[in-house]
Design a protein around this ligand. Sequence first.
Ligand SMILES: NC(=O)NCCC[C@H](N)C(=O)O
Length: 407
Amino acid sequence: METGIHNTSEIGRLRKVLLHRPGQELENLMPEYLERLLFDDIPYLKEAQAEHDAFAQCLRDAGVEVVYLIDLVVNSLTSPEVRQELVTQFLKEADLPDEAAGKAVAEYLSELDDRAMVSAMMAGIRRSDLRKQGGRLSDHLSGLEEGYPFAVDPMPNLYFTRDPFATIGTGVSIHKMHTVTRNRETLFGRFIFEHNPWYQNAPRWYDRSASSSLEGGDILVLSPQVLAVGISQRTEGDSIDQLAQTVLSQSKTFQKVLAFNIPKSRSFMHLDTVFTMVDRDKFTVHPNILSDITVFVMELGENQQMQIRQETGRLEDILKEHLGLSQVTLIPCGQGSVIDAAREQWSDGSNTLAIAPGEVVVYTRNHVTNRSLEEAGIRIHAIPSAELSRGRGGPRCMSMPLIRDDP
Ligand SMILES: NC(=O)NCCC[C@H](N)C(=O)O
């Protein structure tokens, strides 16, 4: 059955990718709330958009079809009932202070066409936007607490399309996110995979209704048979148990999951912030975590019972064994310098997006790591990143492959 998804590796030639062009949600960032909204600084929207457009153009120039999140969401609103369902669920998850606030927001959204409504949901809704609406004064005075300027918070992390859901094989895992702010984003994924005619047949490997967190930056499709998943600040072991059981028993292709236990910290929030695949046998890695990584191999045994064993030895050897390679090269972020590695990893030097075997998109600012990649024979496409990198994600975080050639 056609599912609209084919993603069997990290490096097969990329044919179609999902991006989100940063929008007004970045203009709704305020210093007081940055930490809760998972930003370290406020990007200048106009420049962030120009950088993001350069990213999209770089992909198009390489023959990749770029589709945008907002289009997929709008195309999933296939009837007034579906649109109403989205509004109802959005309001339920918006943390509104009371019913009057809910009514005011619903009224505000009801006057917008589908695209403008989805855009407003993404951008967040300022209390001042609601005050412009008509209606009864009492609706506006009650509920929305004085002092806090938003009726509904923005979703500034949407341009990291890697995380709220992830394509694996011909299916998708829709995530329960570690934080409330990012969990709101996954509602769009739910609607796309329930209602968008192109994607509604995709098998579901994980769902946002799960009780433990799983984020897409922790999921790497190493080969058509092997999946890697990070046990990280954002992804819990229980979620990996559940994902592995489903994918290994239902996908018909994947045979094992390698669970990478990485340090739990803000700068290493996901596995792909410290480790990405750039060629059949080459990987970027943050040198500071090499000694801290432990790898567990998960496979189904008799009666579909999960068998788990801890690997010992060097990461290169573990990868060689499970990917059937005769050699593996690890390319350290920052060429092994403690200072360059820390600085460039902070701005996602290890976070590359492969568009073909041995060909990756990287940020210009990570020039030390980029030089190492070139020295290892990797072709790099460097994109500007002064503003985009303030959100703590790189080219891989900003993209979700929909279709890749087999590796
Ligand atoms: N895969 C990734 O590492 N994504 C980067 C997400 C950055 C975002 N500000 C977050 O903290 O979730």
